[in-house]
Write a protein that binds this ligand. Structure first.
Ligand SMILES: Nc1ncnc2c1ncn2[C@@H]1O[C@H](COP(=O)(O)OP(=O)(O)O)[C@@H](O)[C@H]1O
Ligand SMILES: [Mg+2]
Length: 294
């Protein structure tokens, strides 16, 4: 079953989408099967992976949600786009923006994305959900569906505010029982400018305030216009500029995410060995996705 990570920050323009895309591709380059889910009606991730005609997409995450709401069967791989760099994408467009109002009376409206993630989870090692910058029903769905939250942030005074919002929503989700085991994957500093003492001071303060409870990734993503240029071309920094200074940090963060997950799996397995028949049940083996296409 895939580890599902919600990439989220209450603030816009902090590098959530760039982080989702480039860490997703870093994971794929390290042999992982990766699905990115765009969960922002702006469609920036979808466009940034080269699917520029958002209105022409035949089947997006909004269609998935509506199929689930209406209890209509569908092929769980429907609409998933295969990117040339080895990741899959479930895209989104502005159709997702009407979601909040239209589901106001829907029972279980917080678990719609979770139901989809559980259905496709056997096909992937990692699912990354690119969230929109707010704490509405879309973000709640992402937090209910996820195993952990990854918070990209710039090193600025307001960053603490964004992290506080994430902690508060995390608390609400776990305390409500909607997802009691939701964790933090960590905080990633983005658009980092090595020259500034200011950034270092803020980073130090964030480590002091949150380092005890949230993992703070040591590698930082540098500010580089190459990330923007890669976005305009619909590819990752890996494909755009193999010498970019952003490559190593994305690779290292990907590696850390994989090794954290391997450790967790190992301790789950140990628990099963110690307590025969214990644990959360035996998960099915990852299926060949072709089997689902029939
Ligand atoms: N490390 C970086 N260096 C320079 N520009 C970046 C970097 N990361 C993201 N950007 C650019 O900054 C803008 C906002 O980033 P984005 O990832 O879309 O943020 P968010 O998803 O949080 O709104 C985009 O134009 C993106 O290409
Ligand atoms: Mg974004």
């Amino acid at each position: 079953m895939a580890r599902t990570i919600a990439v989220s920050n209450h603030k816009g323009g902090v590098g959530k989408t760039a982080t989702t895309k480039n860490i997703g591709i870093a994971l794929a380059r390290q042999g992982q099967k990766v699905l990115l889910i765009e969960f922002d009606p702006q469609g920036n991730l979808t466009v940034g992976l080269g699917y520029k005609n958002l209105d022409e997409l035949p089947f997006t995450i909004s269609d998935v949600i509506m199929k689930i709401v209406n209890n209509e069967p569908f092929d769980i791989m429907q609409g998933i786009l295969s990117h040339e760099e080895g990741i899959d994408l479930m895209p989104a467009n502005h159709n997702l923006s009407g979601f909040e109002a239209s589901l106001i009376n829907e029972l279980g409206r917080e678990t719609l994305l979770k139901r989809y993630v559980q259905a496709v989870g056997d096909m992937y090692d990692f699912i990354l959900i690119d969230c929109q910058p707010s704490t509405n029903i879309l973000t709640i769905n992402a937090f209910v569906a996820a195993d952990s939250i990854l918070i990209p942030t710039q090193a600025e005074e307001y960053s603490k505010d964004g992290i506080e919002q994430m902690k508060s929503l995390h608390h609400k989700i776990t305390a409500s029982g909607m997802n009691e085991t939701l964790k933090f994957e960590g905080i990633v500093f983005t658009m980092w400018d090595r020259q500034t003492r200011y950034a270092n001071r803020i980073k130090g303060e964030i480590i002091e305030m949150y380092g005890g409870s949230i993992n703070i990734f040591e590698p930082v993503i540098p500010f580089t216009v190459r990330i923007r240029e890669a976005n305009d071309k619909g590819i990752s920094i890996f494909a755009y500029d193999e010498k970019s200074k952003a490559i190593e940090p994305f690779e290292l963060i990907g590696k850390e995410i994989i090794s954290n997950e391997s450790r967790r799996q190992e301790s789950r397995n140990q628990f099963r060995r110690l307590v025969p028949g214990g644990g959360a049940g035996t998960r099915g083996k990852k299926q060949d996705r072709k089997a689902v296409h029939r």
